[in-house]
Design a binder for this molecule. Structure first.
Ligand SMILES: Nc1ncnc2[nH]cnc12
Ligand SMILES: [Zn+2]
Length: 335
């Protein structure tokens, strides 16, 4: 039995570091935006759409996720999406967020970069002002597309450079290793932006090595397959490279058959800087608090471990040390 009750988990000051804004598109909002934009969805109603959320693997999910994102057309759509997510964060006790967005999903449909940035950043700014939630935005390249396309995307984002803290790499991992994007991440580095990448979700431990050594990532998104290489596990511990782990996502996408088999608590106990995140909560059945609850219920996470996971999320963020301090002090008071 665990001693971390839900109220306690809610009051923990937590940061969310692995969250795709397009993955917060709830079926209700998807239908609302489709109607507002005069689009037809290939589902009769919200229930029919939700019942399609059965995924055998990452690609099954991505096919639906990219299709769903097609309803996002106007600045207000991006605002509404982001604002709805921030309201969920407020309810879950999330104090800081570093969301991802996938601009190529939208520019490919002729939705300008400016439309995306304006809607998202206006909501993030309201989130700070009205909800007290701080944020830093991360642009992700889609790894199933070419490196040339990523270069074009980076160029298009330059007028919005000051709104970005980092650039990431997502989408289908298998067959799209980090090395495919080494040159564009060299450029990201030259621009002084942070770097993160999905690696070791479905892909092998070798992709995590590449993310570290070739892309020079500051955090690894997912990374749970690191356990297949003991030397890699040791490196992640020694260098305290944060892993942004997404428990509900991993079970819904069959990275682990069952939450009871998830390795997050083993990684934590080995001394790795692991964090809990929700990835694509509208598709995987829960926002950040729900992920903490799922880990508690299946893996017996206790209060001290929950505090450590929350502490890791603040430490691993792109906030300055001064900005982290009040959250870390609040966590110390709970210890
Ligand atoms: N879990 C995930 N892995 C890779 N790309 C994604 N895009 C949205 N969610 C993702
Ligand atoms: Zn992800």
């Amino acid at each position: 039995m665990s001693d971390a009750d839900t109220g306690f988990l809610r009051t923990l000051p937590k940061a969310e570091l692995h969250l795709h804004l397009e993955g917060t598109l709830e079926p209700e909002l998807m239908f609302q935006l489709a109607e507002r934009n005069g689009l037809e969805l290939p589902y009769s109603d919200v229930d029919a759409l939700r019942s399609a959320y059965e995924f055998g693997n990452l690609q099954d999910f991505l096919d639906l996720y990219y299709q769903g994102a097609g309803v996002l057309q106007t600045e207000q759509d991006f605002y509404d999406l982001t604002w709805a997510y921030l309201e969920r964060c407020a309810a879950d006790g999330v104090v800081h967020v570093e969301p991802f967005f996938d601009p190529q999903t939208h520019t490919a449909r002729s939705i300008p970069m400016s439309t995306q940035f304006k809607g998202i950043t206006r909501a993030l700014s309201d989130g700070q002002e009205k909800l007290g939630i701080s944020s830093r935005l991360i642009l992700c390249f889609l790894r199933h597309l070419s490196e040339e396309d990523a270069f074009t995307t980076l160029q298009q984002a330059m007028p919005w450079r000051k709104h970005l803290v980092a650039v990431g790499l997502d989408s289908g991992e298998k067959g799209n290793p980090p090395e495919k994007f080494q040159r564009v991440f060299d450029e990201v580095h030259r621009l002084g932006l942070g770097i993160v990448a999905h690696a070791g979700e479905e892909g092998p431990a070798e992709y995590i090595w590449q993310a570290l050594n070739l892309l020079k990532v500051q955090r690894v998104d997912h990374g749970v397959r690191c356990v297949e290489d003991p030397a890699l596990v040791q490196k992640l511990i020694d260098d305290q490279i944060p892993l942004t782990v997404c428990p509900l996502s991993n079970t819904r996408l069959k990275v682990f058959d069952d939450m009871a088999e998830h390795n997050i608590m083993q990684l934590l106990e080995q001394g790795m800087c692991v964090t809990i995140n929700s990835d694509d909560p509208a598709y995987f059945g829960g926002y950040l608090l729900q992920n903490y609850i799922a880990v508690r219920d299946a893996l017996g996470m206790n209060e001290a471990q929950a505090i450590q996971l929350a502490r890791n999320s603040i430490s691993a963020s792109f906030l300055s040390e001064d900005e982290k301090a009040p959250h870390l002090q609040a966590l110390d008071r709970l210890s």
